[in-house]
Design a protein around this ligand. Sequence first.
Ligand SMILES: C[S@@+](CC[C@H](N)C(=O)[O-])C[C@H]1O[C@@H](n2cnc3c(N)ncnc32)[C@H](O)[C@@H]1O
Length: 214
Amino acid sequence: MFESKNKYFGRKKGKSFLRLEQYTKYLVEPKKTLFNKIKTPRILEIGIGDGEKISEDAKSNSKVNFIGCDIFADGVLRAIRNSVDYKLKNLQVFHLNIQELLPLMPDNYFEEIRIYFPDPWPKNRHKKRRTVNQKLVKNLTKKLKKKGFIRFATDHGDYFIEALALMKKSKYTMPNISPKSWEYSDSNALHTKFEKKALDKNHKLFYFSVLKNY
Ligand SMILES: C[S@@+](CC[C@H](N)C(=O)[O-])C[C@H]1O[C@@H](n2cnc3c(N)ncnc32)[C@H](O)[C@@H]1O
């Protein structure tokens, strides 16, 4: 299996791993040559969680190529199982930390990058573990095409403000902004596992989409 060797925090395998282990044979090595073959338009999802959202997106948008990654094995293998079961030709997932995957991808590559409910690391002493930080935004900006979007969602107000400030610093603009555009609504709803969990707990949810207009 191709997986991250770097230090990271959180579980790597879950309860469903044993049921999904048979799909490890479909894991492919992320190589520059592989990314060169994937046609445009391309969407990246960072931290695919249980792998269901990216699978559904790939099923319903057969002309878009979806690339996803997670350091947690189960969701990656579930997405692979969906890909095999539904013969999806437009879904490629990797069991890898995003920071290790990005250097293998060409610059100006994605139309869109999605980061949905990244681990919040709410305690002050743990905030440096957050996936969205200055280094990631800098690297993502290189991989995003001109007029490309970064879409972000969280149930932590503090992470929302931090991520938004990082986007502003990297000169992203915010089209279609209105007082309600940050809030949970039918048009913002993503239907991911962590969005559902947050709704069940009555958490306030926050969303933004920012444009790389350069
Ligand atoms: C809170 S979950 C959210 C999952 C999913 N996006 C959702 O909304 O249900 C965050 C996910 O990000 C993954 N993750 C954390 N750091 C990562 C990194 N550096 N690269 C890739 N995935 C990461 C975690 O393993 C976890 O599955």
